[in-house]
Design a protein around this ligand. Structure first.
Ligand SMILES: NC(=O)c1ccc[n+]([C@@H]2O[C@H](COP(=O)([O-])OP(=O)(O)OC[C@H]3O[C@@H](n4cnc5c(N)ncnc54)[C@H](OP(=O)(O)O)[C@@H]3O)[C@@H](O)[C@H]2O)c1
Length: 262
């Protein structure tokens, strides 16, 4: 299937590793010019060079911290300078530390909300006008399976990411008629460095071995395994493609069947 996005321009956040990097790679494989964003300048520079060499597209990078209130202004400025305009925005952030609801302080919530919600809403608002004017755009936001089925001991993630559900659906109502879609893609245990960190934290907390924690986690997933970054990135790329033009305001799962509800 030709996804019909060759020559489009994409800005991918959280693209120094993991899911964001996987999506940037998959978009570039379809002929999309990419701008990678994250904090780790060295990793981003290396990733951009590898993507350009592997896929024969222009690949740029910008280092910026979502904790910075000026994040959106800075990144939107770089995007205009390096890409000209953005057709595809991939909103992907870091995740919070594990913890319980009763452990969350108001200060922690506010700080984390800047990184997981406010920065990407601000950035999206800055890039949307050009997409709407052109009559084509894709906003894909990576959330978590926890917005459908809250994940034990990831209270901050469950709480804050649920705000993105309301935001995404409200936004879709405002922009769909202009040819711009917005969707949430929710991962459930895709094997990345973050999943390794969470499993190690669980092992330390429970006294189990890492292998026992992993086996227990995989046993809750009907597919019986963790997902591969490429499997997640392929779904993301389809949602960012021309072919997915009639899918908007949705929560799409990529979870090996892990979410128990319908
Ligand atoms: N993997 C899964 O199965 C799964 C499941 C549920 C939810 N999620 C969520 O999906 C997101 C991506 O997952 P992942 O596994 O790829 O996570 P990851 O390996 O931790 O990658 C997170 C990315 O976000 C960037 N980032 C972190 N903090 C940032 C900040 N303050 N400013 C700018 N960029 C920042 C990181 O780059 P720098 O360090 O260079 O800034 C990195 O590129 C995370 O939020 C995660 O919680 C993942």
């Amino acid at each position: 299937m030709d996804l019909k996005i060759k020559g489009r321009k994409a800005l991918a956040l959280g693209a120094s590793r993991g899911l964001g990097l996987g999506i940037a790679n998959a978009l570039a494989a379809e002929g999309v010019e990419v701008l990678l964003c994250g904090r780790s300048a060295d990793l981003l520079e290396r990733n951009a060079a590898e993507i350009a060499a592997a896929h024969g597209v222009a690949a740029h990078h910008v280092s910026a911290d979502l904790a910075d209130g000026a994040f959106a202004e800075r990144v939107a400025g770089h995007a205009r300078a390096q890409l000209g305009h953005v057709d595809i925005l991939v909103n992907n952030t870091g995740g919070p530390a594990p913890g319980k609801v009763t452990d969350m302080s108001a200060d922690d919530l506010a700080r984390q909300a800047q990184m997981m919600i406010f920065g990407i809403i601000d950035l999206t608002n800055r890039l949307l006008p050009a997409m709407r004017e052109k009559g084509w755009g894709r906003v894909l936001t990576v959330a978590s399976s926890g917005v459908v089925q809250p994940i034990p001991n990831l209270a901050m993630s469950n709480t804050l990411r649920s705000a993105l559900v309301g935001w995404n659906k409200s936004l879709s109502n405002e922009i769909a008629a202009d040819g711009v879609t917005c969707n949430l893609l929710v991962p459930g245990r895709i094997h990345t460095a973050r999943v390794d960190q969470l499993d190690e934290a669980a092992a330390n907390r429970t006294g189990k071995t890492l292998e026992e924690v992993r086996a227990g986690s995989k046993a809750t997933i009907p597919a019986g395994r963790y997902g591969r970054v490429e499997e997640f990135a392929d779904m993301a790329t389809f949602l960012c493609s021309d072919r997915a033009g009639y899918t908007t305001g949705s929560i799409v799962r990529c979870d090996g069947g892990a979410i128990k509800g319908v």
